[in-house]
Design a protein around this ligand. Structure first.
Ligand code: G3P
Ligand code: MG
Length: 244
């Protein structure tokens, strides 16, 4: 049985501060097959890599990144919360991360935000993928079907992944929008994984990439169900666990 791809969730975020260059560099050193990163469009228009729209939790300073310029965001410290060794880590741009990770087998760019108005982030992400020649390596995922649909219209060659979360309302949890989106991949949270679900998805020609797998029991169940990729905070652990 072939093993699933190991994709570093927000980089190697178990050890390094999530969604920073330090975390993505560590994921590469750990031999991850891919990375997952979260993106937003900041106030001055650049695409930046971080999980929350509000900067408080990760930088210790409150702010709405859709209103802050890149220059203002770069003043914030996105590393300190993970310990003194990571003090001074700055928020990266999508371009910086793509430049680092362009050789990986899979780059999963997750577009954040559930609003219908997305300030054109789809076009910027699509242009970056084309500029870095990543059509065959990148997958753009989102919980927001509107964003995925727009991306598909802008460039049908871009691979899209529909995110599903077990605690979402039924239409989102079941991924009903997949009927018209016909995504490259489905990205369910672990609670939605069953062998039958994986088989059904494979019959439609779609991949299954599961998040966030950080323990043996879950990893074992994913392998048993035949998933194509696991998104984990700790790629080094996942490789160790699969060797045993
Ligand atoms: O892409 C998988 C996972 O990252 C989705 O949830 O909140 O960690 O971005 P979240
Ligand atoms: Mg994410």
């Amino acid at each position: 049985m072939s093993r699933p791809l190991v994709i570093a969730h927000r980089g190697a975020s178990a050890q390094a501060p999530e969604n920073t260059m330090a975390a993505f560099e560590l994921a590469l050193r750990q031999g991850a097959d891919g990375i997952e990163l979260d993106v937003w469009k900041c106030g001055s228009g650049e695409i930046v890599v971080t999980h929350n729209r509000d900067t408080q939790e990760l930088s210790g300073k409150a702010g709405d990144l859709q209103k802050l310029s890149l220059r203002q965001l770069r003043r914030l410290d996105f590393g300190r919360f993970k310990g003194a060794a990571y003090r001074g880590e700055r928020i990266p741009t999508l371009n910086e991360v793509l430049d680092l990770a362009r050789g990986l087998e899979l780059i999963n760019i997750e577009i954040k935000g559930m609003e219908v108005r997305s300030r054109g982030i789809e076009l910027d992400v699509a242009e970056a993928i084309v500029k870095f020649r990543l059509l065959r390596r990148a997958v753009v995922s989102s919980f927001n079907p509107t964003i995925l649909s727009r991306l598909q219209t802008l460039n049908p060659a871009i691979r899209i992944g529909l995110l599903l979360y077990e605690k979402s309302p039924l239409p989102l949890r079941r991924g009903w929008s997949a009927q018209f989106l016909k995504p490259y991949s489905i990205h369910p949270s672990f609670g939605l994984i069953q062998k039958k679900f994986v088989e059904r998805t494979h019959r439609k020609g779609q991949k299954v990439i599961v998040w966030t797998i950080n323990d043996f029991h879950q990893l074992d169940a994913c392998i048993e169900a035949g998933v194509d990729g696991i998104i984990t905070d700790d790629p080094a652990w996942a490789f160790d666990a699969m060797r045993q």
